[in-house]
Design a protein around this ligand. Structure first.
Ligand SMILES: NC(=O)c1ccc[n+]([C@@H]2O[C@H](COP(=O)([O-])OP(=O)(O)OC[C@H]3O[C@@H](n4cnc5c(N)ncnc54)[C@H](OP(=O)(O)O)[C@@H]3O)[C@@H](O)[C@H]2O)c1
Length: 305
């Protein structure tokens, strides 16, 4: 099967090549997915799990990509809940070969059924961004109706979903980004927009929740805005400062089949729109890693349905 692989950490994205690989092995509770569309995170070649397995052993050559949408091609020993031919979408494990391949092995619990009326290219943009936004806002920061939330990078893949979910729960949403993102962020439903290029961007007043995707100085300055009992949640890096009378949380997104089902239902009913950027074929995946595209997840179309 064809796959994008990388062997040499020092070569970085320059080392990404289209390769012929053996068909993946299905372990217990695994599903072999025939991938139709895949997503990747531009920075994932810097993650330790891209290069080593869970025991810390070298696992190169590595297939990148951790979001996928496709059909079940085969089931591992004892796998239940999904059937061959079924449409599915979800997350590939961080420390295993990923989704930039014609077939990939994924634990069944990382996948959810994909309704027939959601396109694979849309579904592939949903798992990491949707679960990250949900878990950050609700599982970690406990955002509720009437609270004020500051969402950084609000035009991006994760931020744009966080804005939509926060609005739906009845929060007051302040979205941030570069000046050019203003219309997109307000169009997603944010009540106000803050240009992070402005010197006084942090004069927005007290908030209950900060949802950060940027880290560094942006995270540090916004942490100071968190009011009593509030939370600064970040997906960028472990925080070095904490709110005076609140919590700071860094987390890595976890797979969650039930939540994927819920997110897909929101997409079907028009309540949630994932930010799909450009769609490119597998042969162009290496180039897609290096070429910056306008807002939205770059999706790699691996096969037609
Ligand atoms: N911990 C986790 O579980 C987890 C999960 C998902 C993602 N992540 C990480 O979270 C980050 C965001 O992911 P994403 O998929 O949402 O990325 P993305 O689609 O590129 O969105 C990031 C957004 O933030 C904006 N931005 C970044 N730095 C900025 C700055 N200094 N000033 C103003 N705007 C800025 C970007 O604008 P421009 O496009 O103009 O730069 C973009 O709109 C990535 O580093 C990713 O690796 C972590």
């Amino acid at each position: 099967m064809r796959a994008i692989t990388v062997r040499d950490r020092a070569a970085g994205v320059g080392g990404l090549t289209l390769t012929d690989l053996p068909y993946p092995h299905a372990a217990e509770n695994d599903v072999i997915v025939r991938v139709h569309a895949a997503g990747f995170t531009p920075g994932e070649l810097d993650w330790p799990a891209t290069w080593t397995d869970r025991a810390g052993r070298d696992r190169t050559p590595t297939v990148p990509g951790h979001e996928l949408s496709g059909t079940v091609a085969a089931l591992g020993y004892g796998t239940t809940g999904l059937s061959v031919g079924q449409r599915v979408f979800g997350m590939a494990d961080w420390a295993r070969d990923g989704s930039l391949a014609e077939f990939t092995a994924v634990e069944a619990r990382n996948l959810a059924p994909l309704p027939a009326d959601i396109d694979h290219t849309v579904a592939a943009a949903l798992p990491i961004s949707g679960l990250t936004a949900w878990q950050g806002l609700f599982d970690h920061a406990h955002l509720t109706t009437g609270q004020r939330v500051l969402v950084h990078g609000a035009a991006g893949a994760v931020g744009s979903i966080a804005v939509q979910l926060a609005r739906e729960v009845g929060a007051y949403v302040i979205g941030t980004g570069r000046a050019g993102a203003r219309d997109a962020v307000l169009g997603l439903g944010a009540q106000s927009f803050v240009d992070l290029g402005a010197a006084d961007w942090d004069s927005v007043g007290e908030v209950d929740v900060v949802f950060d995707v940027i880290g560094g100085d942006v995270l540090a300055r916004s942490t100071a805005l968190v009011g009593p009992g509030g939370t600064a949640v970040t997906i960028a890096e472990p925080p070095t400062v904490r709110p005076k009378d609140g919590r700071a949380v860094f987390f890595v997104v976890e797979p969650d089949r039930a939540r994927l089902v819920d997110l897909a239902e929101r997409v079907r009913s028009g309540r949630l729109t994932p930010a799909v950027g450009v769609v490119r074929p597998l042969a162009e995946a290496a180039d897609a890693f290096v070429r910056r595209h306008p807002a939205g997840r770059t999706i790699i179309q691996v096969a037609d349905e």
